[in-house]
Design a protein around this ligand. Structure first.
Ligand SMILES: [Ca+2]
Length: 303
């Protein structure tokens, strides 16, 4: 394994914790005791710079850069079966929050190097989390780095940073003494972004304070893939809210869903209060968007 990729990891001793929450959304229930073994976890989400090294070393072509197979998307408009990804667009005013197509747009030519479409780039975003990565892209990176994707329990245990049962990764108050602790959305989603935290989109990794384990951006900034299959709870319908499936695909029909954790810069109190360790969403493994990334773990103790 590349030594510099190991240096960016933090060892988390195993233990038992209370996973989930009863106070927010149905899919987080019930609170239960869960034990995990020790593991090392990336100190921050995989960045554009780190992903660039992986692509340069392997020639990996991401899911969003490939032409979708019509067999996988039989109901799709053939004109839409081109490489592309989903990009968030702020609306001009309040919209129906039940319809995520009001703010998510399928954009041909969008991928991790062009996060807002063909004319955009990741220049000066080396330290931002990589986005527009499907589950398979995250897995391929992890394999190259000699790492794995975390289980949901490992991820949540690490995110809590030793604060058992706390609402946020830093405690129970959203902005202690007025300090913004993560890159979320302040204001009315999806039209009014007050940017009290300084960022409208993604932010550089490690720009906000670390949690009790020294881990950065565990909540806010970008959602993160985990290795766990998402099973929709029977009482919520499991509809993705802020993390959509490709518009042309019936959610969870053709591809399995995995649990994503941590919320993102698009999570707002009026719509998706999910910048919390217990929060979770099911995301189709083929889904790529401007607000989903990942980080990795290694389950061997460092020598
Ligand atoms: Ca923000």
């Amino acid at each position: 394994m590349d030594a510099s990729l190991v240096k960016e990891m933090v060892w988390v001793s195993g233990g038992t914790f209370r996973m989930g929450s009863e106070r927010f959304y149905p899919e987080e229930r019930p609170v239960r005791e869960v034990s995990v073994g020790g593991f090392s976890i990336d100190r921050h989400p995989v960045t554009v710079a780190e992903f660039t090294r992986f692509v340069e070393a392997t020639g990996h072509v991401t899911w969003a850069e490939r032409t979708p197979d019509a067999v996988d998307y039989p109901d799709a408009d053939p004109d839409l079966l081109v490489p592309g990804s989903l990009v968030f667009h702020k609306t001009g005013g309040p919209v129906d929050l039940r319809d995520y197509t009001n703010w998510w747009r399928w954009m041909p030519g969008t991928d991790w190097r062009h996060p807002e479409g063909p004319g955009s780039s990741v220049d000066r975003r080396d330290s931002h989390p990589v986005t527009h990565v499907a589950y398979a892209d995250a897995e391929a990176y992890a394999a190259w780095a000699g790492k794995s994707l975390p289980t949901e329990a490992e991820w949540e245990y690490a995110a809590r940073g030793g604060l058992d049962g706390a609402t946020y990764t830093w405690g129970d108050e959203f902005a202690p003494e007025g300090r913004m602790m993560a890159n979320t959305w302040q204001g009315q989603f999806p039209w009014q972004n007050l940017r009290l935290d300084g960022y409208e989109g993604t932010s550089p990794a490690e720009r906000f304070p670390p949690n009790g384990y020294g881990l950065y951006d565990m909540t806010g900034n970008v959602w993160e893939w985990t290795a766990d299959r998402f099973v929709p709870p029977t009482d919520s319908g499991g509809r993705p809210c802020c993390a959509p499936a490709k518009p042309a695909v019936p959610p969870a029909e053709r591809f399995p869903r995995k649990v994503i954790k941590g919320g993102s810069h698009l999570c707002a109190p009026n719509y998706c209060l999910r910048y919390r360790p217990a929060a979770r969403q099911g995301e189709s493994v083929d889904s790529t968007t401007s607000h989903i990334g990942f980080r990795c773990v290694v389950r061997q103790a460092p020598r």
